[in-house]
Ligand binder design. Structure first.
Ligand SMILES: [Zn+2]
Length: 157
């Protein structure tokens, strides 16, 4: 019996991995190969956006940055966050209490042993960061913790 389970288990794992990969690929409007992304993005942008990496805290361009405007996806230019929703969380990453709803998607991430909610661009699937429930209580209570390299800022005219 045990032998049978051990034989079946890798097949189940394989199938579940495949269905995840397919889901990620078909849900996004902009689809490019890894080579295309590598040609368009810098190495740190590729690492964060396409490999779900994290930039070092306090190093990002938009950490202490409070101009009026919009933050777009650095992979596909979709608007993701508004400057009026940005706040200083003290974490070393740009933080927002609200995202532009239809343009940001959510996924469970168990990479570091406990479940976090990963956020990514709905249009290209690019990894943005994570969302936590310890944001400002006077507004939404959410903290969208975003990598600067996932974003590009456009000032209000
Ligand atoms: Zn995008």
């Amino acid at each position: 019996m045990l032998k049978k389970i051990l034989t079946i288990l890798p097949i189940i794992l394989l199938l579940s991995c495949q269905s995840n990969a397919q889901k990620n690929n078909t849900d996004v409007k902009i689809q490019k190969t890894d080579i295309q992304w590598k040609n368009e993005l810098s190495s740190i942008e590729y690492y964060v956006l396409r490999e779900s990496g994290t930039e070092r805290a306090f190093t990002g361009t938009y950490n202490k940055f409070y101009k009026d405007g919009l933050y777009h996806c650095n992979g596909c230019d979709t608007p993701l966050f508004k400057s009026k929703h940005k706040f200083d969380s003290g974490t070393g990453w740009p933080s927002f209490d609200t995202a532009i709803k239809e343009n940001v998607s959510y996924d469970s991430d168990i990479n570091i042993g406990y479940t976090r909610t990963e956020i990514h661009c709905t249009t290209c699937g690019g990894h943005l960061g994570h969302v936590f429930n310890d944001g400002p209580k006077e507004t939404t209570g959410k903290r969208y913790c975003v990598n600067s390299v996932s974003l590009i800022f456009y000032p209000t005219e």
